[in-house]
Design a protein around this ligand. Structure first.
Ligand code: UDP
Length: 236
């Protein structure tokens, strides 16, 4: 693809986004920077950017083949990927198969408790408010998305869960929970955006239960660099 990279549009905690000569395409650059606890803990995970870029791209391509529309366009190199420019729906969409993290704390359910069926929840993407938990009625009241968009997002998120669970289990990894973000294309179509990586998913080794994700960093358990490499080795 003959495309020029232009000025930076945005810099987030783990990624930078650049405009390109094509107004419908931006370039994402994945960094090694990691934050946890609402920004209280800051650090780096060596080569995390490479793992997240390659893994997220591979998973999005698999999802596309299963009929899930995504923002993915083309991987340029180890850390840079072209994606469709979207208007991000300001919701963090969290799917859970097994109790962990904030769910366990809030609901008093021990980590590792398998659910009778997967569950979904939304947070309002707003750093100043620390991404508060909301329901779909709040999202409608605040005009964050339409009912039709929410219905599409919910349906896509559960389908993505089914596909990812399958892919991961073949690599002996249990998909505990994960966070998705969706975007609107100029014509209003909803597509999967952001990333799918050990930063945004909980991956447990299906045999040993070992964490293979950012919880190693969040909880100061150590070994996060090796775990990220291990996930990439098993899946790519
Ligand atoms: N998650 C994320 N970004 C966030 C919050 C959560 O990617 O800002 C992911 C997290 O990696 C996990 C899932 O969403 O896979 C559920 O996280 P939880 O609500 O349990 O939050 P935590 O315990 O990490 O604070």
């Amino acid at each position: 693809m003959n495309i020029e990279i232009r000025e930076q549009l945005y810099e987030g905690k783990a990624k930078q986004v650049f405009l390109t000569s094509d107004p419908e395409i931006v370039m994402v650059h994945y960094k090694d920077d990691a934050t946890a606890g609402d920004g209280a803990k800051k650090g780096t995970i060596r080569d995390k950017g490479v793992v997240n870029n390659k893994l997220s791209n591979a998973l999005m391509q698999k999802l596309e083949r299963e009929g899930i529309p995504t923002h993915y366009v083309e991987e340029l190199n180890d850390r840079d990927t072209l994606v469709k420019k979207v208007d991000i729906v300001p919701l963090e969409v969290i799917i859970r198969n097994v109790a962990a993290g904030s769910f366990s704390k809030r609901m008093g359910v021990p980590e590792g408790t398998e659910f009778k069926r997967p569950t979904i929840e939304f947070s309002y993407k707003n750093d100043d408010l620390h991404d508060p938990f909301i329901n779909s009625y709040y999202a409608l009241a605040l005009d964050l998305a339409t009912q039709e968009e929410i219905d599409t997002i919910v349906e896509m998120a559960f389908k993505i869960n089914d596909i990812l669970k399958d892919i991961l289990l073949k690599a002996n990894i249990r998909l505990i929970d994960f966070k998705l973000e969706f975007g609107r294309l100029p014509d209003g179509k909803i597509v999967l955006a952001d990333e799918i990586s050990p930063d945004t998913c909980r991956f447990w080794d299906a045999t040993t239960g070992a964490h293979l994700d950012k919880d190693l960093f969040r909880r100061d358990l150590g070994g996060e660099e090796d775990a990220y490499q291990e996930v990439m080795r098993r899946l790519l």
